[in-house]
Write a protein that binds this ligand. Structure first.
Ligand code: FAD
Length: 182
């Protein structure tokens, strides 16, 4: 467990505003980062509760992501300024908007998965009876990643308990572990 590593720092900035984008785009888009903006989620187009807020307050809710912050972007204020500047670069029609609420996260807890790191990840089953692990850091022997892997590891951990309790296990389906060249 002690050999697990985090990947770079990341930032998530959600803002409640008084303007809307006018370009027709899907509710989640990847952006070609200038310095740090990797994606934008248009919450007002994606989620009922956000859509309700947006209609009532006549403004969009945007979430800006940077999945790996550059080393020279360390201060929260700088990160926010860069994310907003880049959003305006891609959606110039948002220029001049006001932020009514914000929720900002600058964290360093995302599991790194560089070459060689798989071998030391912990498994669902441990050597401690009755202790099972689930979530992002767990080694998987199926082709899942991110939320899908976190869910699958949880379902597998639950299966281990069901087995002990002689209860029916979750049925899990997966794509084949072998490709056309493998
Ligand atoms: C910016 C960003 C964007 C992402 N986008 C996507 C995406 O588009 N698609 C996708 O599939 N995945 C995405 N992911 C990955 C996805 O969020 C994770 O794979 C998933 O959330 C992992 O689930 P988890 O249950 O292992 O951990 P988490 O969702 O992190 O849950 C762990 C929980 O434990 C709590 N906790 C931590 N320590 C303690 C403690 N000591 N006591 C009590 N509680 C504690 C935390 O507060 C947290 O709520 C993204 C991740 C990031 C950072």
């Amino acid at each position: 467990m002690t050999s697990l590593k985090c990947s770079d720092r990341y930032a998530v900035y959600r803002i409640w505003t008084d303007k809307f984008e006018t370009q027709k785009v899907p509710f989640f888009v990847f952006t070609d980062r200038l310095k740090c903006l990797d994606s934008i989620t248009f919450y007002h187009n994606m989620e009922i509760e956000s859509g309700d807020w947006s209609k009532k307050n006549n403004g969009g809710i945007f979430e800006l992501h940077c999945y790996a912050l550059p080393d020279d972007l360390k201060e929260d204020t700088d990160i926010k300024i860069h994310l907003l500047k880049e959003m305006i670069h891609f959606f110039p029609e948002l220029e001049g908007f006001n932020i009514k609420h914000e929720f900002f996260q600058h964290r360093h807890d995302f599991p790194a998965f560089h070459v060689g790191l798989h071998k030391d990840r912990p498994t669902v089953k441990t050597e401690v009876p009755g202790l099972f692990l689930a979530g992002d850091w767990v080694k998987m022997d199926n082709s899942t990643m991110l939320m899908e892997a976190a869910y699958t590891s949880g379902a597998l951990a639950a299966n281990e308990i069901f087995k002990l309790e002689q209860l029916r296990e979750n049925q899990l389906e997966s794509v084949a572990m072998k490709g056309i060249f493998g």
